[in-house]
Ligand binder design. Structure first.
Ligand SMILES: [Zn+2]
Length: 478
C-alpha cells in the first residue's frame, strides 16, 4: 500500500517523509502556493487558508519536543504574511504530527503558539493557555470566554459570535486535482454503539406521531467526495440559529476532517445533532465488503476524534460538564445518494446505526427551491432532506420562509433522534427517494460515488494553472 502510494500519487508521495520532512514539505507547499499538496499533508487545513498566504518561510531550526512511535511534537518558527497584511508575522509554535499507515500528517488543529516571555503565573491565577497561532488564516482566534452571569452556559461560548457566523466563501466547493483516498488518523471508534432496537431497523422514511404532536425533522446533508473539499453553507446554519430551529446534519467523514472547526460548532450547538453520511460519499449500493465498512466506520471514528478535541477545548474553558449533551457517536446514517443494498443496510444496522431516509425532497441542488411545495408536502412526522455543503444553492434564501410557514401551520422542529423516539417508525427494507426504484439510475450516473464521473469531452479544454480551483458544477447529488 505504502509503496504504491509513494510511487503512484505525486501528492501523497510527500507523506513518505519522516515527521520533520513532512512538516517541511507542508510549509514548502504553502510557500510555493501548491495548496492541494499542503491540504493533503495536513489534517484540519483548508485550501482557503493556504490561498490566503502571500509569502511564507519556515525557520531552519525544528526541535523535536516529544517523539513516540506514531506521534511527534515539533517546535518551529515560521514567518509569513497573508494577502491582507503588509507586515510579516513571525510565530514560534508547536504542532503534533501523526503517523498512519507509515505516512506522517500534520495535525493542524493541534497547532499552538509558544508563549514566550510570559510573566510567571500568580499562585491564585490559572496558567494562561497558549493561544493558537494565526498561521494562514485571517480569522480572529478566541480568548477562552468568560461565561456571562445571566446566561445559560453553552459550549458555543468557546467561539466569538463572528466565528460562529462564518465568512464569505465558506460555502464554495473546491475540486482536488488528485482524489484523497487516505484513511483518517483514527479508523476505528473507541466506543461502539449499543445494538439497534428492532423498531429502528431498515430504511426509515418518516414517523407516525400521536395526534397531539405536529413535529417535523429538517435534515441537511454535508456531502464531500474524495476529489473535492465541499463547502459550509453558513447561510443555512445561521438561519437555523437565528430562528432557533432544531435540525440534523448528515456529515461525510471527510467533510468533518476538512471542516473540524465547523464540525465542533455544530456538535456544540444544542439545536443540532450530527449523523453519518459516509466517508467519501460512497454509493453504498455499488460498494461492497471492506469499502462499505470503511465508509461507515471511518466516519464514526472521525466524529469521535473531533468530539475529543471539542472536549479538550471545553475542559480548558471549565465547561466539560456540558459535554454530556454531545453524543459520543452519531446514531443515524444517511446513505449517500439515498442508495443502499441489502448488504450495506444490514452493515449499517449491525453497527448500531439507524438508516435515515426522508419522505419530503427539497430538491435543493436546484437554485429554484420551492418553499410552497415543501410546506405542502410536509406532514406531522416528516423528514425533509436539504443540503448545507454548498450544493443547496437556493436553500439558505428559502429557509426562513419555509420555517415561518411551517410554524404558522403549527409545526414544531425536532431532531431526527427526537422524532424517532416519539412515535411509530415507518421503515422499509430498501432505499429510494420517493418511490421504489426511483434512484437506481444513480449507479450509472455516479458510479461508486466517491469521485466525479467524467463525461466524454466534445473538444479539448485548456488545462488550468495548478493553483486554479474550479468551482464544482451543480448536480443532483444527495
Ligand atoms: Zn450526500
Amino acid at each position: 500500500m505504502l509503496k504504491w502510494i509513494c510511487t503512484a500519487l505525486p501528492i501523497a508521495a510527500l507523506g513518505c517523509y519522516d515527521a520533520v520532512g513532512t512538516l517541511k514539505a507542508f510549509y514548502q507547499a504553502i510557500a510555493s502556493h501548491e495548496c492541494e499538496k499542503a491540504v493533503a499533508l495536513a489534517e484540519g487545513y483548508s485550501l482557503e487558508r493556504c490561498q490566503n498566504i502571500a509569502k511564507l518561510k519556515l525557520g531552519e531550526s525544528i526541535t523535536v519536543v516529544s517523539d513516540q512511535a506514531d506521534k511527534t511534537v515539533l517546535k518551529f518558527k515560521v514567518t509569513y504574511h497573508t494577502k491582507a497584511s503588509s507586515e510579516p508575522t513571525t510565530t514560534e509554535a508547536t504542532v503534533i504530527l501523526k503517523q498512519m499507515d507509515k505516512q506522517w500528517k500534520v495535525d493542524f488543529s493541534s497547532l499552538q503558539t509558544v508563549a514566550d516571555k510570559e510573566p510567571p503565573a500568580r499562585s491564585d491565577e490559572k496558567p494562561k493557555e497558549a493561544k493558537p497561532a494565526p498561521i494562514a488564516t485571517n480569522e480572529p482566534k478566541p480568548e477562552p470566554p468568560a461565561t456571562p452571569v445571566n446566561q445559560t452556559p453553552s459550549l458555543l461560548s468557546l467561539w466569538q459570535p463572528e466565528q460562529l457566523q462564518g465568512k464569505a466563501g465558506d460555502e464554495k466547493i473546491h475540486w482536488l486535482r488528485s482524489p484523497d483516498f487516505l484513511p483518517p488518523s483514527r479508523t476505528q471508534p473507541n466506543e461502539a454503539l449499543p445494538p439497534l432496537k428492532p423498531d429502528y431497523m431498515n430504511s426509515i422514511r418518516r414517523v407516525k406521531l400521536p395526534s397531539d404532536k405536529k413535529w417535523v425533522a429538517l435534515t441537511f446533508d454535508l456531502c464531500e467526495r474524495a476529489d473535492e473539499v465541499a463547502g459550509y453553507d453558513r447561510g443555512v446554519i445561521n438561519a437555523l440559529r437565528d430562528k432557533k430551529v432544531k435540525a440534523t446534519f448528515y456529515a461525510g467523514g471527510k467533510w468533518m476532517q476538512s471542516h473540524p472547526e465547523q464540525t465542533m460548532q455544530l456538535m456544540a450547538d444544542n439545536l443540532f445533532e450530527i449523523g453519518n453520511h459516509g466517508w467519501t460519499h460512497g454509493n453504498l449500493r455499488v460498494l461492497q465488503g471492506e469499502e462499505v465498512q470503511q465508509q461507515i466506520v471511518w466516519t464514526q471514528a472521525e466524529y469521535e476524534r473531533i468530539r475529543d478535541n471539542l472536549e479538550g477545548k471545553a475542559k480548558a474553558a471549565g465547561l466539560e460538564n456540558l459535554m454530556a449533551n454531545v453524543p459520543h457517536q452519531p446514531a443515524g446514517l444517511r446513505f449517500p445518494f439515498g442508495t443502499c443494498s441489502p448488504e450495506s443496510l444490514q452493515a449499517t444496522n449491525s453497527l448500531g446505526l439507524s438508516a435515515i431516509q426522508w419522505d419530503v425532497v427539497s430538491g435543493d441542488p436546484a437554485i429554484t427551491v420551492q418553499p410552497n411545495k415543501i410546506v405542502q408536502e410536509t406532514r406531522a412526522g416528516s423528514i425533509v432532506i436539504f443540503h448545507a455543503n454548498g450544493r443547496g444553492r437556493g436553500t439558505a434564501a428559502a429557509l426562513p420562509r419555509i420555517v415561518d410557514e411551517l410554524r404558522a401551520k403549527g409545526f414544531e422542529f425536532v431532531t431526527v433522534s427526537e422524532l424517532l423516539a416519539s412515535g411509530t417508525i415507518e421503515a422499509v427494507n430498501e432505499c429510494y427517494e420517493l418511490r421504489r426504484g426511483d434512484n437506481v439510475d444513480y449507479d450509472a450516473k455516479y458510479g461508486n460515488g466517491m469521485v466525479r464521473v467524467k463525461k466524454p469531452k466534445s473538444k479539448p479544454k485548456p488545462v488550468p494553472a495548478p493553483e486554479t480551483v474550479t468551482p464544482a458544477p451543480a448536480q443532483p447529488t444527495l
